[in-house]
Design a protein around this ligand. Sequence first.
Ligand code: SF4
Length: 158
Amino acid sequence: MILVSSCLLGLNTKYNGENNAVELLIEYSRYGKFIPICPEQLGGLSTPRAPSEIIGGSGEDVLKGLCRILSDTGVDETQQYIKGAQEVIKLVNIFPVNAAILKQRSPSCGSTQIYDGTFLGKVKDGSGVTAVLLKEYGIPVYSEEEINRGILEKLILE
Ligand code: SF4
């Protein structure tokens, strides 16, 4: 089974109450192999919610206690992000998860890029908290920007 960021499937879980729907992913939902996840909701944050970014580090640093995740008004939401990632790992321990397809640049879901902590729309290399934890558990993490029909069909048949 494949974990998929809920917002990519059209669920309005995004911080602003909207989504990041990707038609190709919605089309492949019909195979019944996707598990929609929103780590930020699983961590207890509301929707809509303030936008947040990892400040001065990456998801890996957050999990090591080396930096925090703050909202744009300075509220520390680090623990909710960590809890959300841990809740996703519970699903890995319940279902036969072979991959994850997560929204690029999110402080939770970004697989290779995240916003840089300035709230200016700037991006840097690094992964979000949930993406890092999934990789530590051996789950391959793809972004919506790299998937295509070939990759999806391979993952679905695994
Ligand atoms: S935490 Fe992930 S699934 Fe939830 S809205 Fe953000 S990018 Fe989408």
